[in-house]
Design a protein around this ligand. Structure first.
Ligand SMILES: Nc1nc2c(ncn2[C@@H]2O[C@H](COP(=O)(O)OP(=O)(O)OP(=O)(O)O)[C@@H](O)[C@H]2O)c(=O)[nH]1
Length: 204
């Protein structure tokens, strides 16, 4: 007989967005299955989704994660889903300058189509790559500060910060839907920074 009682959160939708090839599908597969999809790159068509339940304190937080197609020709499909997203993980690729430059356009689009209070987190993916890196971590931090969104670098290949990115978002969403009246506001960036410091900078 298991006496532990879990509370269950309402379903939270988390949408992965960003240019084609930045690693959205790989990030989701790493988070869900703990594996890296090596080999040929197969672009997502339209939209795909996976469910995951995370335990945050004594609460089961249900996430439905939508993996969108980054290719321009699927953009109208993505637009239709923004409205129902509770959180957005916006990715660029640290080895692809254009994907970083396009973040401003993605943020404009988010502003136009998503709910006003949507949780947005900027992720600089492929941080495992050293020789081909063209976007410095500081540049990602600066852009994120400018738009007032939390930021971290990730790697779907090594697993760096992948769990942390989803945990931070799940905590924020849990806090929003199940906050005790006297509980202080959850500070997402502070939580991320603290977790990274505790893990000695970077965690996989
Ligand atoms: N080195 C490295 N390669 C990665 C990483 N994440 C993804 N890749 C590679 O980048 C390519 C594109 O990854 P996907 O996850 O399919 O990209 P996507 O953003 O889902 O692309 P679309 O479906 O077209 O929007 C693949 O060849 C992956 O192996 C990473 O963290 N590090």
């Amino acid at each position: 007989c298991n006496s532990s009682v879990y509370q269950m959160s309402p379903l939270n939708t988390v949408m992965l967005v960003g240019d084609s090839g930045v690693g959205k599908t790989c990030l989701l597969v790493r988070f869900k299955d703990g594996a890296f999809l090596a080999g040929s790159f197969i672009s997502t068509v339209g939209i795909d989704f996976r469910n995951k339940v995370m335990s945050i304190d004594a609460v089961k937080v249900k996430l439905q994660i939508w993996d969108t197609a980054g290719q321009e020709r699927f953009r109208s499909v993505t637009h239709a889903y923004y409205r129902d997203a509770h959180a957005l993980l916006l990715l660029y690729d640290v080895t692809n300058k254009a994907s970083f430059d396009n973040i401003r356009a993605w943020l404009t689009e988010i502003h136009e189509y998503a709910q006003q209070d949507v949780v947005v987190m900027l992720l600089g993916n492929k941080a495992d790559v050293t020789h081909d890196r063209v976007v410095k971590r500081e540049e990602g931090e600066k852009l994120a500060k400018e738009f007032g969104v939390p930021f971290m670098e990730t790697s779907a290949k090594s697993g760096l910060n992948v769990e942390l990115a989803f945990t931070a978002v799940a905590r924020e969403l849990k806090h929003r839907t199940m906050k005790e009246p006297d509980e202080p506001k959850f500070q997402l960036q502070e939580y991320v920074d603290k977790e990274m410091r505790t893990a000695g900078c970077c965690r996989s």
